[in-house]
Write a protein that binds this ligand. Structure first.
Ligand code: URA
Length: 429
């Protein structure tokens, strides 16, 4: 087999065989395929696309390029959730303990944040002592003992994806539905889950800017998962303004705990509880959304979900007292209030701009090796559709070393016309 033929076939709009795709990915992993040939093939895939059979072949070849988590000995349908990334997205912190407390094993791998989007691993790292990088044995032990395991993905999972992603990053080939699908699904399959709920974010603060792009990605990931015999559900959700009031790691732990303790009525709470319900259905614990929703509500009102969170934190070396006494979480030395320059209805808030502001304060990474300040961040004090008076507080900035000045232009739009926030759920597949 020659890489030249694969590139030529795809350039002409042909389809690659499973064997050709496996040959390419094996060559990427070993270093036998030169980067210029992979780059040419990536660009040809960007333009010509891949069908579901080819995308599944790429997914499986990337999954098999490194280590795989073996969860076969843990009873039950192991479920995971993937979000394509947003600002203030702490749904995993909410749904993990709920799903585990309903008896469905929740086996999740999460990422670290980069740029304006936060990472779940960083939010967990704000809980004092909590181990966020688990060995395979520690991961399985957590899953058996508490029904929940969450770890940063280790370097030996999907090495082909890491190499190809680095190449895509410098060759303008990240934005390709089959390449994104294979990259995400390969890592999820290597993580050992049997059922997966996908939260495909759509909007200014997300990877997928338009409903059409988000729908295409959701449908592609569902098609590949189902072609592999996996139980998959995708929700396309809005990512225009930040999710919830908290941006920043310790602050996001606090907001997740508030929701788990009950009585919070917000889009973030509704989204987290819906994702948890979908996981219960895929995990076989409920037959309908109504049944799953009632289980989720009962887990919260009975206190079982919080008990499950405390038990999981304690099992993994963390201090569960920090979930009830927030002064034990990392904090900030001072706060700065950002106030409204004029009166008006909040028309829009730009989650990307606020994510970048949080990054400037130290809550996020500009580049991969940056150290985070887990105690800093932003409290968003208003919501889209709300009337604000001139001088009213819009944001509270929690600061240590940096103060976030100047504020990003256009982070908020105020206007005279009343407006409603659009629904958080756009579509489901
Ligand atoms: N996230 C991934 O893991 N891979 C992609 O290709 C894009 C987003």
């Amino acid at each position: 087999m020659r890489m030249y033929d694969l590139i030529y076939t795809k350039k002409e709009g042909g389809r690659l065989s499973d064997e050709q795709i496996a040959f390419w990915v094996a060559g990427v992993t070993s270093g036998a395929v030169p980067e210029e040939q992979s780059a040419a093939l990536l660009m040809a895939i960007c333009w010509r696309g891949m069908d579901t059979r080819e995308t599944l072949a790429l997914t499986l070849a990337m999954r098999d390029s490194g280590a795989r988590m073996d969860l076969a000995a843990v009873p039950g349908v192991k479920v995971d959730k993937h979000s394509t990334g947003g600002v203030g997205d702490k749904t995993t912190l909410v749904l993990g303990p709920i799903v585990a407390s309903c008896g469905v094993p929740c086996a999740m791998f999460s990422g670290r944040g980069l740029g304006h989007t936060g990472g779940t691993v960083d939010k967990y790292a704000a809980i004092p002592g909590l181990r966020v990088e688990l060995s395979p044995d520690a991961f399985r032990a957590s899953l058996r003992a508490t029904g929940f395991a969450n770890s940063a993905q280790t370097g030996d999972i999907c090495p082909a994806d890491r190499k190809l992603y680095a190449l895509r990053d410098v060759t303008a080939t990240v934005e390709s539905i089959p390449l994104i699908t294979a990259s995400i699904m390969a890592k999820k399959l290597a993580g050992g889950c049997e059922a997966l709920v996908l939260d495909v974010k759509c909007g200014t603060g997300a990877f997928m800017k338009t409903p059409e792009q988000a729908r295409a990605l959701a449908q592609s990931m569902v098609a590949v998962g189902q072609a592999h015999g996996m139980r998959v559900k995708a929700l396309v959700t809005r990512m225009a303004e930040p999710l919830g009031w908290a941006i920043g790691n310790a602050l996001e732990v606090m907001e997740a705990v508030e929701i788990l303790k009950g009585g919070v009525d917000s889009d973030l709470a509704r989204m987290s509880l819906r994702l948890a319900a979908e996981m219960l259905i895929l995990g076989g614990a409920a037959g309908t959304l109504a049944e799953a929703g009632a289980m989720v509500d009962a887990a919260i009102t009975s206190g079982r979900a919080m008990a499950s969170f405390r038990a999981w934190v304690a099992h993994n070396g963390g201090d569960p007292a920090a979930l009830d006494d927030f002064s034990l979480l990392p904090g900030s030395r001072r706060t700065v209030a950002v106030t409204a320059p004029a009166a008006g209805f909040v028309q829009a808030m730009d989650s990307r701009a606020l994510g970048l502001l949080a990054m400037e304060l130290g809550a996020g990474r500009r580049s991969r090796n940056d150290q985070l300040d887990l105690g800093v961040g932003i409290r968003v004090e208003v919501q889209v559709g709300q009337w604000v008076d001139a001088g009213q507080k819009l944001l509270t900035l929690y600061c240590n070393e940096r103060d976030g000045n100047p504020l990003p232009d256009g982070w908020i739009t105020l206007g005279p016309a009343p407006c409603e926030p659009s629904p958080w759920l756009l579509e489901s597949f």
